[in-house]
Design a protein around this ligand. Sequence first.
Ligand SMILES: Cc1cc2nc3c(=O)[nH]c(=O)nc-3n(C[C@H](O)[C@H](O)[C@H](O)COP(=O)(O)OP(=O)(O)OC[C@H]3O[C@@H](n4cnc5c(N)ncnc54)[C@H](O)[C@@H]3O)c2cc1C
Length: 304
Amino acid sequence: MTSGLDRETLELSLEAFRDFATEKLPDDVLLDLDERDEFPVDLVRELCGSGLGIQLLFIDEEFGGMGGGAFDVYRICEALAQVDLGIATGVLATFLGSDPIRFGGTEEQKSHWLGRIAEEGLLFAYCATEPEAGSDLGALKSTAERVEQDGEIVGYRINGSKQWISNGGYADVYTVLATAPGGPSWFIVEAGAEGLSPGQPEDKHGIRASNTAAVGFTDVVVATDRLVGGREGQGLLQAQAVFGYTRLMVAAFGLGGGWAALDRAIPYSTERVQGGSTCATQFVCPNVSRFPPPLGPTLSSTPL
Ligand SMILES: Cc1cc2nc3c(=O)[nH]c(=O)nc-3n(C[C@H](O)[C@H](O)[C@H](O)COP(=O)(O)OP(=O)(O)OC[C@H]3O[C@@H](n4cnc5c(N)ncnc54)[C@H](O)[C@@H]3O)c2cc1C
């Protein structure tokens, strides 16, 4: 993580995102997506592409991004979650999915794939979980068999089933954890690869605007340059590094969702009359009139 954006650039980025959300993601659109359990892929591509370019905040300058730091990532994730946790998850999945490369990739892999996220707004999916390997990734059953030619390794043949994969049905690129002869390793697979089969979206209780799907790999062959880091057996270490980074994003989602709930509940409590007075006056809640509507500057916008 770099030292981050200057304050003005961060505020401008947040403002641009809020304008985007106000125009394209009003409540009726969000409620409709939630009801239909639909991932708004075009809007997420606009958010993470030439439309708004939010993905640039998460990518280092040397790879074509803006080099946001931890505080910038926190603020933008909080703002995303204030709009919709499902859409926020759709954005997160690209950074979860590309983190094995960011933390464990060779310089060429970083430059190629992170550069393409910055430039093209590629959507990624992170494929670790399996039907029988969730918390315990050591139990994973997916395999990556070496493909050899004249005694040289020229690629890997991946087989396995992944479960609960965010962006699983829509990603342009999948990072996949599978056991190679040298141990668990991450591989990069592009959408459309022969033998790659994204499943139907899960009908979830919450974050319904995110896409969560099973992804199957049947004899998917990739070249050796798709082995993350170029060495077998680094996968579990790389997976740990990934969780270290994205925990910040998930925590910001929790806070953003919570602030958004307060931004709605508090004004409502000043209107709702119960037993002769508003709910707000029945509880000690000073300064209630200063709370803004949902997408304005919020309680969370604390000055540094
Ligand atoms: C909406 C959604 C999106 C997701 N997106 C992705 C994604 O993009 N990529 C991906 O790879 N995965 C994804 N996942 C999967 C997620 O990472 C797993 O659900 C998680 O790793 C837990 O695995 P599991 O569901 O198999 O639960 P289990 O591992 O079976 O755990 C079930 C329960 O048992 C507890 N438990 C497990 N082991 C122990 C133990 N040793 N001791 C005590 N308690 C234990 C757990 O804390 C949990 O409460 C997603 C899941 C959801 C719901």
